[in-house]
Design a protein around this ligand. Structure first.
Ligand SMILES: Cc1cc2nc3c(=O)[nH]c(=O)nc-3n(C[C@H](O)[C@H](O)[C@H](O)COP(=O)(O)O)c2cc1C
Length: 413
């Protein structure tokens, strides 16, 4: 039996039985980002076992969706649930995916383009691709190499990576040897002292910007994750027990957080000003959804903002982040850079966001599934696929570089 066949075969059988038996889980799968949407209606009638096919290596992948099917079998049920789940019924995860369908491309022909250049810069920091690696906690649950594998892949491709406060690996292990910028994502979970200590450490380790995540003061019940956890035979309390929960994470341990004071901090816009006053690196706010809050980011001195609903993990019944983007871009009107994330699984979708005015586009689950399926190779292949799709779509539209992006290349149904 190969490693893959061997992997979690027991879990797999139970998982499939569970999916077959549970209308809610089917809904979560069918409504979530796991669905490979296609225009190939006739494939439904193919005599081949098309839908069940699992790629055997990262190289074989045709699109980023192919990794999720492997990931779902490769990692333990609770960990797959952790990545895939949104808040509540997963409605915001679904909205994030479906939002892109409201836009179509408007190609300009005979543009005389030989090569496409996706390089650029944001807040004075250079990148080879405007696709950025979003901060995601606990990548060790996907693969033993976790954030270090993703960092290697993104650095080799000149892509900016954001490092989570909830990471499995310390920031020092991730910045070591990096060629591309690394930004630090801050959860101010326990007051200013904690926040300041974390940011100082991140800057010391080489972080060249800080993002303050503001979109999940409470995480909505991750229903799908909780249901998947029922099918996990391991003792989860060893890593996720009451006391150890987040306190043992390498970016948090030693920072003065205790079971009593964790998550005790109620923060407000003052925190953005405080970060600006104390630190010399650019400060961005991650998790903005409205024009009003975008204006507040500017008023309180933020250097940039990220339109995001945390991949649909904070709140159910939210708006697709791609649909929140135009209002925010109009309000900001070029005063500070705007990044967007949520539901991006293809380079074409990243391009739609760029044409709607985003300066860069973040990906989360897309690379996490690559990492979970095949480690470094999987994460790297996802980045390659999305970058290649972005370049091809740009060329087909008649756009040679990011400077040529403009709303005339996109329409809304
Ligand atoms: C498993 C997982 C863990 C995440 N952890 C964090 C985190 O620690 N900090 C944060 O700011 N955002 C976190 N996010 C949100 C991502 O940064 C990003 O906003 C989101 O994944 C984008 O949506 P997408 O997954 O559809 O691409 C997490 C997302 C996932 C899927």
């Amino acid at each position: 039996m190969s490693t893959k066949e061997n992997l979690n075969s027991q879990h797999r059988r139970r998982f499939i039985k569970f999916l077959a038996a549970s209308p809610l889980a089917m809904a979560a799968g069918a409504r979530g980002d796991s669905v490979w949407q296609s225009g190939y209606g006739s494939l439904h009638f193919t005599p081949l076992d098309f839908a069940d096919y699992l790629i055997q290596s990262a190289d074989e992948a045709i699109n980023s969706f192919e990794f999720e099917k492997v990931a779902a079998r490769q990692i333990d049920p609770a960990h797959y649930g952790y990545v895939a789940s949104g808040a509540g019924d997963g409605s915001t995860v679904l909205a994030n995916r479906q939002g892109y369908e409201q836009f179509y491309f408007r190609a300009h022909r005979l543009a005389g383009i030989a090569n496409v250049d996706t390089s650029g810069s944001i807040l004075g920091q250079d990148f080879s691709s405007p696709i950025m690696i979003c901060p995601c906690g606990g990548m060790g649950a996907m693969h033993l190499e976790g954030e270090t594998a993703v960092s290697r892949a993104s650095s080799e491709r000149g892509m900016i990576q954001m490092h989570s406060t909830m990471a499995t690996y310390p920031i020092e292990a991730v910045t070591a040897g990096r060629q591309a910028p690394l930004w630090y994502q801050l959860y101010a979970i326990s007051g200013w002292d904690f926040a300041a200590r974390m940011v100082e450490r991140a800057i010391q380790a080489g972080a060249s910007a800080v993002l303050l995540t503001v979109d999940t003061p409470a995480r909505g019940t991750p229903e799908f994750q909780n249901m998947m956890t029922r099918f996990d035979t391991r003792d989860c309390t060893e890593c996720h027990g009451e006391v150890r929960s987040i306190l043992h994470k390498p970016m948090i341990s030693g920072a003065g957080i205790t079971p009593e004071n964790q998550r005790s901090y109620v923060f407000s816009w003052e925190l953005v000003e405080q970060l600006k006053r104390e630190f010399d690196v650019p400060i961005l706010v991650k998790g903005i959804e409205t024009a009003e809050d975008a204006r507040k980011c500017i008023e309180h001195g933020a250097d940039g903002l990220m339109v995001s609903n945390h991949g649909g993990r904070g709140l159910a019944n939210g708006k697709a982040s791609i649909l929140s983007l135009p209002d925010v871009v109009a309000e900001v009107n070029g005063e500070i850079p705007v990044i967007v994330d949520g539901g991006v699984r293809r380079g074409d979708e990243a391009l739609k966001a760029l044409l709607l005015g985003a300066d860069a586009v973040g990906i989360g689950r897309a690379y996490l599934y690559g990492l979970a399926a095949f480690g470094y190779e999987g994460a790297a292949k996802v980045m390659d696929l999305l970058n290649a799709e972005l370049r091809a779509a740009m060329k087909n539209l008649g756009i040679a570089s990011l400077q040529e992006l403009s709303p005339e290349f996109i329409g809304r149904y």
